[in-house]
Design a protein around this ligand. Structure first.
Ligand SMILES: O=C(O)CCC(=O)C(=O)O
Length: 389
């Protein structure tokens, strides 16, 4: 685990009169998080299914940390792609070119791609954005005078920009977990990178991700799916996502009330998701979660990719948060799911020693999806068909 004692001190100092309370919250939260029995390597039963201890812990807490799930070469590929993508970021928010004068990454896309925010701000909290799910605004620490006007916070549609992200998307153990939670005919959701640069990264206020099925008579803990969160540099109490364990099981949380009752935005029973580089978290989208502004010295970049149950999206009208709201019929879902088959073949070529995951909806199709690098440009704007619920 990273030693973040310096970051805890630096973070506390941003909070003025609350410095001592912040320090204690971070230290105590870290302790409580590490005491939970919801981390370890991906483990399987003799028949290849995910070990039931993992499924039980995920169901109890709403998140589970798969330690060292990413192979060292895989992590290196992700780091390399991240560096290449950052190198191609626009020079500033809205610029059309990067620092080398090339067309900037995402500048010619129509989908939801690179998002920016004021350093250390909470851009979503207390606004109507994303259907108002971020009900309160978090404290916004004052950035250093040398901070830029805006900092990158999120890159949506990441599979069109990074083959390494595509290869990780087809991780066989993680897809086995997707199958265990959502059934063998699981579908995609959305993919992106959360970027929390040291001393700059914006907050993502407390929220639950689901939008569509809260009043569904068949509501249950998995109806809004989950996100995998792969960690490129690790994740800490200062820069990481905090969750309120167990909240994925019940309906919508009144966050305003919860915070009023606690008398603080630092929800007392919440815990940070603590990871080393190469760990991958499964996080239930219904769990109450969020991240504070990154006032520490460690950068976090999370490779997010989620999956749904087919029944949660089939013939369902989308929430319109990640892409335009339409009704997802069978053909729409099939087209969006082609990314899974392509990713599996890209991974098979990158890691020929692995047994590839077999995606049931493609198993009996007329032809297996085949990847080659010339296909990459055809992924442009693929995320216009994200299955946003
Ligand atoms: O990574 C973060 O800071 C926020 C993640 C999040 O809110 C999400 O995945 O829904």
């Amino acid at each position: 685990m990273q030693d973040i004692s310096k970051s805890i001190e630096a973070c506390a100092a941003y909070y003025g009169d609350d410095a001592a309370a912040v320090r204690e919250y971070l230290i105590e939260g870290q302790k409580r998080a590490l005491a939970l029995p919801n981390r370890g390597p991906l483990r399987f039963k003799d028949n290849g299914d995910i070990h039931s201890d993992i499924l039980e812990a995920y169901s109890t807490y709403g998140f589970y940390i798969f330690e060292n799930a990413l192979r060292p070469e895989e992590l290196q590929d992700l780091e390399n792609d991240l560096e290449a993508m950052r190198d191609n970021f626009p020079t500033e928010m809205g610029a059309a070119t990067d620092a080398k004068g090339r067309p900037a990454l995402g500048a010619d896309t129509t989908g939801f791609t690179l998002q920016w925010a004021k350093p250390l701000s909470d851009p979503l909290g207390g606004t109507a954005m994303a259907n108002g799910r971020h009900q309160v605004k978090l404290f916004e620490p004052k950035p250093d005078a040398s901070a830029p006007q805006a900092t990158p916070v999120y890159l949506g549609g990441s599979l069109q920009f990074s083959k390494a992200c595509l290869v990780t998307y087809a991780h066989p153990g993680l897809l086995k977990m997707a199958e265990a939670i959502n059934g063998a005919d699981f579908t995609p959701f959305h993919e992106g990178l959360f970027i929390k640069d040291a001393g700059l990264g914006a907050a993502v206020s407390w929220h639950q991700d689901g939008d569509t099925h809260w009043d569904n008579p068949n509501f249950d803990e998995d109806i809004h799916g989950f996100n995998f969160m792969g960690q490129i540099h690790g994740s800490t109490a200062v820069n990481g996502v905090w969750v309120l364990p167990g909240t994925h099981k019940h309906g919508r949380v009144d966050i305003v009330k919860l915070i009023a009752e606690a008398g603080t935005e630092r929800l007392p029973d919440a815990v940070p998701i603590i990871c080393n580089a190469g760990d991958v978290v499964i996080n239930n989208r219904q769990i109450l979660h969020g991240s504070f502004a990154n006032t520490g010295f460690e950068t976090r970049v999370t490779v997010n990719f989620g999956f749904h149950r087919r029944s949660s999206v089939l013939n369902v009208h989308g929430a319109g948060i990640h892409a335009e709201a339409v009704t997802f019929d069978d053909a729409f879902i099939k087209n969006r799911s082609r990314l899974i088959g392509l990713a599996i073949d890209a991974r098979r070529q990158r890691f020929p020693d692995e047994i590839p995951y077999e995606y049931a909806p493609d198993a009996n199709g007329p032809e297996k999806p085949v990847w080659n690098d010339a296909i990459m440009p055809s992924l442009k704007n693929y995320n216009l068909t994200d299955l946003s619920i």
